[in-house]
Design a protein. Structure first.
Length: 309
């Protein structure tokens, strides 16, 4: 069972403090960590940890951070051959600030992610042709993302888009229609739906709004408030968050998307797949890091129990 992720990869440096700093303020932190990041690489690593045949396609620079990315790929069991080395752009860098409540603020210097193009889709075509699901994000140029979506649709794979980071201007419905599933968080849903979902009722309303705009299925993740979904082919619904002691919410959404792709690729219906994904996203918040926080299959199934079987 093969999952392809097309998109972004960064090298992340994360600093932890008692809280996030105010503008202009300097805080003494309690520690820092560095490792593999970027929504695309996080999703690929999470899919691998869940037991999928996970393949990633994107770009890095010919620099020390790029070498670190390649090394990290090996540690996650990912084939680094999908990483094209850009001779002019630097490897993307993520700078992450984390408060003790687990909330975070992130600045990404996109580097080589900005140079991802249709040529990278061409490199990915043999893997996409065998994939059960293809994971996409908006951290690389939209034209390349759409080209990957078209290739995935032609191959009959699930096409799942995390529409983040949300652009200043909302995406047109034609882009929503190019995907099978949209998975915004509450902040991104506000951009696209026009209001911020905060509970079961508003979450379902936001998901339905995205379906009305053209998305076949929309799943809105709301952190501790759970997730809600709507679809033109399945009943809508809401799931409370799994109770965990969250310490770092970085990459929780990426783990959600990866687990959703794995569950759907295995043939699970939408609702059980969302339960499985929610458990993975919740567990990701109990560890510090981006890709490093991705949980294993046994841990996810232990949380969600028989609901995914």
């Amino acid at each position: 069972m093969s999952i392809v992720t097309f998109g972004s990869v960064t090298w992340d440096v994360a600093a932890v403090a008692s809280r996030l700093p105010k503008p202009g303020e300097t805080l003494l932190g309690s520690g820092y960590a560095q490792g593999l990041g970027g929504k695309g690489a996080n999703q690929a690593a999470a899919a691998a940890r869940l037991g999928a045949g996970s393949h990633f396609f994107g770009r890095i620079g010919q620099d020390p951070f790029g070498k670190s990315v390649k090394s990290a790929f090996g540690a996650f069991g990912l084939d680094p051959s999908g990483l094209a080395e850009d001779p002019e752009a630097a490897t993307a860098l993520g700078v992450i600030l984390i408060g003790q409540d687990g909330e975070n603020a992130i600045i990404q210097a996109p580097g080589a992610n900005r140079t991802v193009s249709a040529a990278d889709v061409t490199r990915a075509l043999p893997a996409i042709a065998k994939a059960k699901a293809v994971l996409l994000q908006l951290e690389v140029p939209l034209e390349a993302t759409l080209a990957a979506a078209r290739a995935a649709r032609q191959a009959g794979a699930w096409v799942i888009l995390d529409p983040a980071p949300a652009p200043q201007d909302s995406l047109p419905g034609s882009i929503f229609m190019a995907m099978d599933i949209l998975t915004p968080n509450e902040i991104e849903a506000e951009t696209y739906a026009g209001f911020r979902p905060m509970d079961a009722e508003s979450g379902q309303a936001a998901a339905q709004r995205l379906v009305d705009l053209g998305a076949p299925t929309a799943i809105v993740t709301m952190g501790a408030a759970g997730c809600a979904w709507a679809s033109d082919t399945a009943p809508s619904g809401y799931l409370p968050a799994f109770p965990v002691d969250a310490i770092d919410t970085v990459a929780a959404g990426d783990c959600f998307n990866a687990a959703l792709a794995v569950a759907l690729a295995e043939g699970k219906p939408l609702k059980p797949a969302i339960h499985f994904a929610s458990a993975a996203g919740a567990l990701a918040t109990t560890a510090v890091g981006a890709a490093a926080a991705a949980p294993g299959r046994d841990a996810v199934e232990g949380v969600v129990g028989n609901e995914v079987r």
